[in-house]
Design a protein around this ligand. Structure first.
Ligand SMILES: [Zn+2]
Length: 343
């Protein structure tokens, strides 16, 4: 039988703290897991749910068995006592446009109503709330009482890209765990265990992942992701070498994709650009891995020629553009400002 439980990579301190809390019988009733997209928040949440509900967990160290019925159904997302709420689930159950951007009061009411029902088959229940930083104020307020006094059998896990965007009232009622990027070596090991791609390909994916195991595993399984990554960086380099007209043209194109609803694609593009600037910085300090962007070596040389300040500033600007998009600034304005400001 194959193990269905999802392996969780990196963040050993965080995992150890969760294990200690369970062993001591002192698991807090509500957590916030925060960190960039695809760093492992959902995987960690499912791992913890499996550890709590597994029928035969190992004890040293505590680990879900990965093969019992509970472990398998948690991995498949079909365990009745582990419920996941997210923007995607909410959008699928309603036709309101706002449902894809904000986690609303109706979703929270569903949680508050259901959490009082005793577990169906396990002796515990786990509620996973993805996209928690998209809770409306009304929804956040609706959750406060449940966070304060959940039933003794319930654990609530809120997942957020940016925990600082959660209302203080929510944060103060939860234990915060911030997930850190996973080392390139560790991600490479994870890929080797799960992919037949040649060693060089896996090494490149590990480097491009910027410490996000979720992205790396997806890129190794689906070559489309790497092709898209290269397309995003190619577009950036073309804009850098193409002057104001090329930059405004690219900004317009991206703003249109954004307003057509392809928000995740625009975020991914900006994260890919961030990776490119990080690579230029590594190049400046003579620490850049070989062959990451073979098609852009001369541009990288030029951008690295005047020291680390140029790429560091570009990376900061890119992060600013991401937080402007988060804050609902006009996408066109945010991307135009970024592109016109790049070297
Ligand atoms: Zn199990």
């Amino acid at each position: 039988m194959t193990r269905e439980s999802s392996a969780f990579a990196g963040n050993p301190g965080t995992v150890a703290a969760l294990r200690r809390a369970i062993t001591a019988g002192r698991l807090p009733h509500a957590y916030v897991f925060s960190g960039p997209p695809q760093i492992g928040k959902s995987t960690l949440a499912r791992w913890l749910a499996a550890l709590l509900l597994c029928q035969e967990p190992t004890s040293d160290p505590p680990e879900p068995c990965g093969i019992c019925g509970a472990c398998r159904r948690i991995a498949q997302g079909t365990h009745p006592d582990v419920q996941t709420f997210s923007l995607a689930r909410q959008a699928a159950s309603t036709d309101r446009v706002a449902a894809s951007r904000e986690l609303g009061i109706d979703t929270i009411r569903e949680i508050v109503r259901e959490i009082d029902l005793l577990p169906f088959e396990a002796d515990r229940k786990v509620y996973i709330i993805e996209d928690a930083d998209a809770l409306t104020d009304e929804a956040a307020n609706g959750l406060l009482k449940t966070l304060e006094e959940p039933p003794s059998y319930a654990t609530i896990l809120l997942l957020a890209t940016e925990d600082r965007r959660l209302p203080e009232t929510i944060r103060s009622r939860c234990t915060l765990l911030r997930l850190q990027p996973v080392s390139t070596t560790e991600i490479e090991g994870l890929l080797q265990a799960s992919s037949d791609l040649p060693q060089e390909a896996l090494a490149r994916i590990a480097l491009l992942s910027l410490g996000r195991p979720g992205w790396a595993l997806q890129a190794a399984a689906d070559s489309k992701l790497l092709v898209e990554h290269d397309t995003h960086v190619d577009a950036l380099v073309a804009a850098l070498t193409g002057g104001a007209t090329a930059r405004l043209g690219l900004a317009e194109k991206m703003a249109k994709r954004w307003s057509d609803g392809h928000r995740a694609e625009i975020y991914t593009t900006l994260y890919d650009w961030l990776g490119f600037w990080r690579y230029v910085m590594l190049h400046v300090i003579g620490n850049a891995p070989v062959g990451l962007y073979p098609q852009h070596e001369s541009t990288v040389d030029q951008l690295a020629a005047n020291g680390v300040e140029t790429p560091a500033r570009a990376a900061t600007r890119t992060l600013e553009a991401i937080s402007h998009l988060d804050a609902n600034v006009s996408a066109r304005m945010a991307i135009e400002t970024l592109l016109l400001d790049l070297p």
